[in-house]
Design a protein. Structure first.
Length: 184
């Protein structure tokens, strides 16, 4: 384990709801995702960090969601993307096979934004280390609502996230009812 992953683990705290990444999943993403990510999954599995504020995820579970949200957009013409992580509030972290951390999508498909990655090709392993070392609690704590949601609704399971009723993308606002529901 390199210092970037160690920093991530120190900063985000112990893992919760750990699920083993099976060898078949690791093999499926060999050559598509950085070797260091596959090694991280092999050692740590897919799980939540920071009491469930940030989650590493099984990309296969998010393939239908990814297709529904960006399948018919120019994003998919640019690269083949895989969801590798998400926040408790639905921020999806995508990894492009050629462009790395170059696209983010906010749930429920409210918007996506891309950026040019300066790390491509043989620099994707380095980009992945930066991705993990740059994760912090604040970027994932939507409107500072994680602690109140955790107290009110309890800890999320691996397939849940916090949301609002009505959904923010459908005209709801932060004073809406905070709820927990299935993520995928």
């Amino acid at each position: 384990m390199n210092e970037d992953f160690e920093y991530f683990l120190e900063n985000m705290g112990p893992a919760i709801s750990k699920r083993r990444a099976p060898p078949s999943s690791l093999a499926r993403f060999q050559g598509k995702l950085p070797d260091q990510l596959l090694a991280f999954w092999d050692e740590h599995g897919w799980c939540g960090y920071a009491d469930g504020l940030f989650w590493t995820v099984d990309p296969q579970e998010y393939e239908p969601v990814l297709e529904a949200w960006i399948g018919d957009t120019p994003f998919m013409e640019r690269d083949a993307y895989h969801v590798i992580a998400r926040s408790a509030f639905g921020k999806l972290y995508l990894w492009g096979e050629q462009t790395g951390d170059s696209l983010k999508v906010m749930a429920p498909g409210a918007y996506g934004f891309s950026r040019e990655s300066i790390f491509q090709g043989n620099r994707l392993e380095f980009a992945l280390r930066l991705f993990f070392s740059n994760r912090d609690r604040e970027e994932n704590d939507f409107a500072d609502l994680f602690s109140p949601a955790l107290r009110r609704l309890g800890q999320l399971k691996h397939d849940e996230m916090y949301g609002f009723v009505p959904a923010l993308a459908l005209g709801g606002d932060l004073s809406g009812i905070l709820c927990a529901g299935v993520a995928v």
